[in-house]
Ligand binder design. Structure first.
Ligand SMILES: C[S@@+](CC[C@H](N)C(=O)[O-])C[C@H]1O[C@@H](n2cnc3c(N)ncnc32)[C@H](O)[C@@H]1O
Length: 292
């Protein structure tokens, strides 16, 4: 498999954390370039199966030719319905490698990168929803500032929101957005460009809403003893996941004792060597949880 589409992050830890039964049924909810999917298949027996999902119409599903793998173009927020259509109602494990693929960042006309001039689109599935350049027209400074602060941890978020909204009518492109950061932060802007693009991307794709739906579906789909394996890339995702895993499933009406659905087995960060060879892994955290 060609890996230039996307270098999979924490590949072996993810696959080892996910697989409990080589004959099991697994889901890769974020196929991307198929790096994790391929490694999962390499460790399944001829009787195991993998359902691979991605919402991006450019996801290269054709790269995997394996009878044990079914590919599904769709949003993982609908995972229960997507699997039910395949006759699947219970699985041994789900992997979700959140965020965007290197291909999405590197493809200039998708508007994900401040390095390439393009209309500021930022949709993972450009066939539905609203591109960022249109969405921005509907924002108020207060709302946009809250998004920049919450999803990007950006300082001076109110000022930045005002500058963006004053300038959007000049044609909203990736470079125009980057210029707003330079106007607000001066030479320090370089370090805020990624979080700025990330914040708007998270908002327009409703990424935390999709993650919440996936986590609720995982409660129903994953069999006891099965695994939920998630790679998060920013604090909002990590907070949502942690809160979900810690949420009591039941509280005994008399004793008040709490019963939990999930046990966090381990949390893994990329090694310095992985970060050096794949800088996009630097903000990753791998969470491996077991269904009780
Ligand atoms: C970090 S990449 C996955 C890379 C993959 N693990 C690999 O090894 O190549 C994330 C992928 O998830 C997809 N994605 C993000 N949110 C999604 C959602 N709500 N539903 C389906 N796919 C989603 C993106 O389109 C992107 O291709």
């Amino acid at each position: 498999m060609k890996v230039s589409y996307h270098y999979p992050v924490l590949l072996w830890d993810s696959v080892e954390g996910l697989l409990t039964n080589p004959e099991g049924i697994y889901v890769d909810a974020t196929f991307g370039g198929g790096g994790h999917a391929e490694a999962i298949l390499a460790h399944l027996s001829p009787y195991g199966s993998l359902y691979a999902i991605d919402k991006d119409p450019e996801a290269p599903f054709h790269r995997i030719q394996d009878q044990r793998c079914r590919t599904i173009r769709g949003d993982f927020r609908d995972i229960e319905a997507l699997l039910a259509r395949q006759g699947v109602t219970a699985v041994h494990g789900i992997l979700a490698d959140l965020g965007i693929s290197s291909h999405q960042v590197d493809t200039g006309d998708r508007g994900f990168s401040y390095r390439k001039e393009a209309l500021l689109d930022l949709r993972m599935d450009p066939t539905t929803g609203e591109p960022a350049y249109r969405w921005l027209q509907r924002q108020t400074p207060t709302r946009l500032a809250a998004i920049l602060r919450t999803y990007g941890d950006l300082p001076k978020s109110r000022r930045l929101a005002e500058v963006i909204l004053q300038r959007w009518h000049t044609g909203f492109t990736t470079k125009a957005l980057a210029e707003c950061a330079y106007l607000v932060y001066g030479r320090a802007a370089d370090r805020y460009l990624s979080p700025l693009f990330q914040a708007i991307r998270i908002a327009i794709n409703d990424e935390l809403g999709a993650l919440d739906a996936l986590l609720n579906a995982a409660d129903n789909l994953i069999m006891p003893g099965g695994r939920l394996v998630v790679l998060t890339y920013h604090s909002g995702e990590a907070r949502l996941l942690k809160a979900h895993l810690r949420r009591p499933h039941q509280i005994h009406p008399i004793t008040g004792q709490q019963a939990f659905l999930w046990r966090l087995l381990r949390k893994v960060s990329p090694s310095p060597a992985e970060v050096q060879s794949n800088p996009r892994s630097r903000s990753a955290t791998l969470w491996i949880a077991e269904k009780l």
